[in-house]
Write a protein of this length. Structure first.
Length: 365
C-alpha cells in the first residue's frame, strides 16, 4: 500500500510497536463494486512450467506498456514494478483497502495529492504513472545507503515503500521488521517467477554478478518438493545458528527418504562432511565454478575427485545430521565461485540456491 507520505512508516493493519515506531498494516479488502480482478494462476520458474517469453507477458488488460514506462521512471526492473503492483492490488483498478488506500497502485489520499498530478487514483493510467514517480522519489532518498550497489538499491527502495524511507535510513539498510523483509523477498521472488524473461533474476534478486554459464541444470532431488527456503526461519528444537538457513531443503513426497540425489550440472567431487552427510563439490566445465553441498545424505555414490555429468547420481536422500533426529531431506547449498574447493555449511560463502536454480530451469515443481 502506498503510504500517507514519504516519511511514513506504515506496514500492517492494526498497530504493532517495532523499535519505537508504530507500524500500520494495510491488508487489502476489495470493494464489490466494478470488476474485481481474480487471482491468476501464477507462472513459476520450475522444470515443468518455464517462464514468460517476455518480461511483461503476465500483465493483464494491455497495461504492460504503462508498467514498463513507470518502471523506467522509477529506475526499477520492469518485472519488479509489475510484481509490486500485482502484490498491492491484484490488478484491481477499483481496489480500496481497509486503511483507505485506493486504486491499482493503492495510494493513500495524502500521498496521491503529492504524486498524483491532479489525476484520478482509480484511473489505471494515472495510478501507474504516479507509482513510477513515487518509487523514483523513494529510490532517491535511499540511494546514499546503497553505496552504488544496484541490487541493494532495489531492495532498499522496496523496503522504503513498505516501512518508510526514515526506517531504512535509521537502520542503514532493510529494517529488522519481519513484515518488511518478507515484503521485499515476496516482490523479488514474484518478479523472477511471474514476470521475468526466461526466469532471469532481476536486479535486486541477483545472487552473483556474472554469467551463470551455458546450458540448463536439473533438479538435485528429482520429484522432490521444497520444504524449507533460504534465510531466517523458526523451527522448534533447532539452535539459534541453524535458524538462519543457508540453503534450501528438498524432500521426496511421503517423508520416507531414500530418493536419488543427482548432480544438477557437471561437477567434480572435492570432499565430504561425514558428520552431516554432506558431499562437497565444485562446478565443472563452464564457468562460474560455483561450489555445492549436498547434505544429510544416507549414502554416497561418488568419491573424491570424481567428475560427474549433469544427472549422475551423488547419493541417496537421508537424515544424517549433527543436530540429532531430523526428517529425511536433501539440504542443498550453493557457494560463490571464489569459495575454496572444500567449503562446509555456515562458512559464509553461501548464495541463495532458489534464485540460481530458477534461472537455470532446475527449481523443483
Amino acid at each position: 500500500m502506498i503510504r500517507a507520505g514519504i516519511s511514513s512508516v506504515a506496514a500492517f493493519v492494526g498497530f504493532v510497536a517495532v523499535a519505537g515506531l508504530i507500524i500500520i498494516s494495510a491488508m487489502l479488502t476489495f470493494t464489490e463494486s466494478g470488476s474485481s480482478s481474480k487471482k491468476r494462476a501464477a507462472l513459476t520458474c520450475d522444470v515443468a512450467g518455464g517462464a514468460p517469453d517476455s518480461p511483461l507477458t503476465s500483465v493483464p488488460n494491455g497495461w504492460a506498456p504503462m508498467v514498463s514506462a513507470a518502471a523506467k521512471d522509477a529506475g526499477l526492473p520492469t518485472s519488479v514494478a509489475a510484481a509490486q503492483l500485482e502484490q498491492e492490488s491484484n490488478w484491481n483498478a477499483e481496489a480500496v483497502s481497509s486503511a483507505g488506500a485506493q486504486g491499482l497502485a493503492q495510494f493513500m489520499p495524502a500521498t496521491w495529492e503529492k504524486f498524483g498530478n491532479g489525476g484520478d487514483p482509480f484511473s489505471t493510467e494515472d495510478a501507474i504513472a504516479a507509482y513510477g514517480r513515487y518509487m523514483a522519489a523513494l529510490k532517491e532518498q535511499v540511494a546514499p545507503i546503497a553505496g552504488g550497489d544496484p541490487d541493494r538499491l532495489v531492495r532498499l527502495t522496496l523496503a522504503a515503500y513498505n516501512a518508510g524511507p526514515g526506517a531504512v535510513q535509521e537502520y542503514d539498510g532493510i529494517p529488522p521488521y519481519a513484515e518488511t523483509q518478507q515484503y521485499v523477498d515476496t516482490i523479488l521472488a514474484s518478479a523472477q517467477g511471474n514476470f521475468s524473461m526466461d526466469c532471469e533474476a532481476p536486479t535486486g534478486q541477483r545472487q552473483w554478478d556474472g554469467d551463470l554459464g551455458d546450458g540448463e541444470w536439473t533438479t538435485p532431488l528429482p520429484g522432490g518438493v521444497v520444504t524449507s527456503g533460504y534465510g531466517g526461519r523458526s523451527v522448534a528444537g533447532l539452535p539459534a545458528w541453524a535458524q538462519n538457513h543457508v540453503g534450501v531443503d528438498i524432500a521426496s513426497p511421503g517423508g520416507g527418504g531414500g530418493a536419488t540425489v543427482v548432480a544438477p550440472t557437471d561437477l567434480r567431487i572435492t570432499g565430504f562432511n561425514n558428520k552431516d552427510g554432506c558431499v562437497i563439490a565444485k562446478e565443472d566445465g563452464d564457468d562460474p565454478d560455483f561450489g555445492f553441498a549436498f547434505c544429510h545424505l544416507r549414502s554416497y555414490a561418488a568419491g573424491k575427485g570424481d567428475e560427474l555429468d549433469r544427472g549422475d547420481v551423488i547419493g541417496t536422500e537421508g537424515a544424517r545430521a549433527g543436530l540429532g533426529n531430523i526428517a529425511p531431506h536433501l539440504h542443498f547449498e550453493i557457494y560463490r565461485p571464489s569459495a575454496p574447493a572444500v567449503v562446509y555449511p555456515y562458512q559464509g560463502w553461501n548464495l541463495n540456491p532458489a534464485t540460481i536454480l530458477k534461472e537455470k530451469g532446475a527449481w523443483p515443481s
